[in-house]
Design a protein around this ligand. Structure first.
Ligand code: ACM
Ligand code: ZN
Length: 481
């Protein structure tokens, strides 16, 4: 492509002449434009920007920054009419498995904003830690943020860890996001992935047994009891507390990887199923997530769940599904038939915590934003994600996410009208210095689509974290991508 822009604009056409890179820029919000739409006219010695919102004007700043980088001696005359294909373009960062310092998190947010990602899905509750100061239940951060070490894979440490974001820091991050038009989507994962909550409040499980904040990375049988009323009361009060910090419209309530063994052995869970006429334990999860979702809806929020919560086929249609597991696709399609909505986050095109030799830059770029068995009106948009079990420092966080997050940004912005991977890679190479300017260590071009012996080596090294059957699954994913 002639213009080194990411994400590539919807429409760009030449006008006569050139304007100096430091030409005056006039900006205005035009309410008749769609919220994220922006028009940029570069002509007659000046640059005129009109956008549907303040955020759209910020998008124009990125576009202009990229043009100035390419044309420091004068930008060619251009008319750009731009608008995203998907209104939802989120990035997810897990700050629970490993705490990410505020300044590092801000750097990631700043970079994401530069590529016009518009929502930060903040994952802070996990088996391995709860990381936000809680006013209503202080034991939650006091006990839930502390764990006895780090035994996540081929790294072993018994040094205790215990960081969390204070309420002030949380507000600072939410405000920082807002200054770039980014909405924060908080996540309290439930009914599974709750060991840190149970470590502080063990009475919320089926058995009430003592629980420790986990130091290993595996899926855990610990789960909130679906039969105890006090679990719902607690969760509602916890949500109220978090709503003081997170003013956005969306709230994620997890629902992934929730093994049902404890529920199957619990008389209260059994009683709940009978009383509610639920036919199996997936339906009991649907009931659980629906009750919390109803509470959020009563507060004017839109709930989101991972796709396992739809497995009972009884999820309320107002709840958005985040689709990460390809094998659960059928439930998502049914949810859409009922008028539900979906965020596309299928592992093989979205997960940036795996090495590039397994999920390449091209794989992230190739996210299908119009799956044929989904109703188009049900598709909200895309997400790119990083989980941090195996990410303990800024260098790994940044090199794993960048430029993959930028590829996801273009997939969401341009949808099925993307110019194609080879064009993207060429533009990304040209724009690469931007990462250094923003203090981000990105993965260089020779490792975007790794192959051969070096790729095998990277995969072998990563595989040391996992049992052989999981490594075999990883290899299958690499081959299928
Ligand atoms: C997930 O990756 N457990 C949503
Ligand atoms: Zn129970």
């Amino acid at each position: 492509m002639e213009y080194k822009l990411i994400p590539y604009p919807k429409s760009i056409s030449p006008l006569k002449g050139r304007v100096p890179a430091d030409a005056p820029v006039s900006q205005k919000v035009t309410r008749s434009l769609a919220k994220e739409a922006v028009n940029i006219r570069i002509s007659d010695g000046k640059i005129e920007v009109e956008g549907g919102s303040g955020a759209a004007l910020l998008y124009a700043q990125t576009t202009l920054d990229q043009l100035k980088r390419q044309f420091p001696d004068g930008i060619p005359g251009l008319l750009i009419n731009d608008e995203p294909a998907c209104s939802w373009r989120s990035f997810h960062i897990d700050t629970a498995r490993h705490y990410i310092p505020v300044d590092e998190l801000k750097k990631m947010i700043r970079m994401a904003a530069y590529f016009k990602l518009n929502r930060f899905h903040w994952h802070f509750s996990e088996d391995q830690g709860w990381r936000i100061e809680c006013r209503r239940f202080p034991k939650l951060h006091e006990i839930g943020s502390r764990r006895a070490g780090d035994h996540f894979g081929n790294y072993c440490s018994d040094v205790p860890e215990g960081a969390y974001y204070t309420r002030e820091e949380t507000k600072e991050i939410v405000d920082y996001c807002a200054s770039f038009g980014i909405e924060v989507v908080p996540e309290i994962d439930m009914p599974g992935h709750v060991a840190a909550i149970l470590a502080a409040f063990p009475e919320l499980s089926c058995t009430g047994e003592p629980v420790e904040v986990q130091t290993k990375a595996m899926i855990n049988p610990l789960i909130l009891c679906a039969g105890k009323e006090e679990v719902f009361t607690f969760m509602e009060q916890l949500i109220d507390d978090m709503l003081e910090l997170f003013p956005g419209k969306y709230f994620h309530i997890g629902g992934d990887e929730a093994p049902k063994d404890r529920w199957k052995a619990c008389p209260l869970c059994k009683k709940r199923m009978e009383e509610e006429g639920l036919t199996d334990y997936n339906q009991l999860q649907g009931y659980f997530n629906n009750r919390i979702a109803a509470y959020l809806i009563s507060k004017g929020k839109t709930p989101i769940v991972w796709n396992e919560a739809a497995e009972g086929d009884n999820l309320s249609p107002e709840t958005v599904i985040e689709f990460w597991r390809g094998d659960k696709e059928g439930h998502v399609a049914k949810h859409l038939q009922k008028g539900g909505k979906v965020i596309l986050a299928n592992v093989k095109n979205a997960y940036c915590d795996y090495p590039y030799s397994m999920i390449s830059l091209k794989d992230i770029y190739s996210m299908n934003t119009a799956p044929e068995n989904y109703l188009p009106e049900g598709i909200l948009g895309t997400e790119c994600l990083v989980w941090t079990e195996y990410i303990r420092n800024a260098e790994r966080l940044e090199t794993y996410c960048w430029p993959r997050f930028a590829a996801s940004a273009e997939a969401g912005w341009s949808g099925e009208n993307r110019p194609g991977y080879s064009s993207f890679a060429e533009r990304m190479e040209a724009l690469f210095p931007v990462f250094e300017d923003f203090g981000i260590q990105a993965t260089p071009a020779d490792w975007w689509t790794p192959e051969g012996e070096a790729a095998e080596k990277e995969l072998d090294e990563f595989g040391k974290n996992f049992p052989p059957e999981v490594v075999a699954m990883f290899r299958k994913m690499r081959e299928s991508n």
